[in-house]
Design a protein around this ligand. Structure first.
Ligand code: CO8
Length: 260
């Protein structure tokens, strides 16, 4: 299949820029997630790579999150395969030893927000029309514990509790205020600001930074590693329920009607 992700590794500084190019909205399909995990694995093993920046090649959208069509009217087997790919991408990005920066140049709901939450630092375009958050409950679905943990580790328990229950999508300024993103910059400066910020992280000896990162993240990673099978089983039994399928159908219709 054609490439959904463009990777440029700059050999002068060891920084890889990964651009998502899965039009129209960089939804995280099975193909996309598989390719993403392969790229993460390759860079992880590449000793010349020290950091990576993830960003979108599409205008206005960083990522629309999980591809709803991968979980709508699909067999339990397909849903399980899809979910394992979601877990795998999260484990690889959250557990990456490289410096990871999200250059969030557009909206970033649900799974898109999750990818950003996995990074060491988040820079977002200062456009108030762009939003970010774990809005799963608005679709009638529930963010799993490791989505919740990823958000809690960034913004704390209180904001996560409110954000998850209400399915909040925060505008860029609101996201900055609660610490969901670290910095807002003009839209055309997102990538250059990420490259600039990367220097700070690369000024630290890799081994010391990596051990510190692992110390902070290992308990969160281990929780999913110890419960992967059960998490997949839960997902499949939940997502294939008639009532949940109905909610997804209603949400998809709403997305289409909202347009004009
Ligand atoms: N999956 C599949 N298709 C999508 C998705 C998606 N996530 N998002 C958008 N699309 C489709 C639209 O339906 C539309 O299709 P069509 O052209 O056929 O009508 C096309 O992409 C373009 O979308 P828009 O016209 O809406 O594009 P805009 O630029 O106006 O808006 C947005 C872009 C803001 C990204 C908007 O599309 C949006 O809000 N999308 C929905 C995002 C969302 O709510 N995603 C949640 C996915 S669920 C998830 O990621 C975690 C699930 C955890 C599972 C737990 C279960 C137990």
């Amino acid at each position: 299949s054609s490439s959904n992700i463009k990777v440029d590794l700059d050999s002068s500084n060891g920084v890889a820029i990964m651009q998502f190019q899965n039009p129209p909205v960089n939804s995280l399909s099975l193909d996309f997630l598989t390719e993403f995990a392969i790229n993460l694995e390759k860079l992880e093993l590449d000793r010349s790579c020290r950091g990576m920046i993830i960003t979108s090649a599409q205008p206005k959208v960083f990522s629309a999150g999980l591809d709803i069509l991968e979980m709508y009217k699909k067999s339990p087997e397909h849903c399980a395969e899809f979910w394992k790919a979601v877990q795998d991408a999260w484990l690889k990005l959250y557990g990456s030893t490289k410096v990871t920066i999200a250059a969030i140049n557009g909206s970033s709901p649900a799974g898109g927000c999750l990818l950003a939450l996995c990074c060491d630092y988040r820079i977002m375009a200062d456009n108030p029309r762009y939003n970010i958050g774990l809005n799963e409950t608005q679709l009638g679905i529930v963010a799993p514990f490791w989505f919740k943990d990823s958000m809690t580790n960034v913004v704390g328990h209180r904001e996560t509790e409110k954000g998850l229950q209400l399915g909040l999508l925060y505008s860029a300024p609101e996201a900055l205020k609660i610490g969901l993103v670290d910095e807002l910059v003009p839209e055309d400066k997102v990538l250059s600001a990420a490259t600039e910020n990367m220097k700070k992280w690369l000024a630290i000896p890799d081994h010391a930074r990596q051990i510190s990162k692992s110390m902070m993240r290992k308990p969160t990673l281990d929780k999913l590693l110890a419960n992967r099978e059960a998490d997949t089983t839960n997902f499949v039994s939940f997502i294939t329920k008639d009532s949940i399928q109905k909610s997804l159908g209603v949400y998809m219709e709403m997305l289409k009607k909202r347009r004009s």
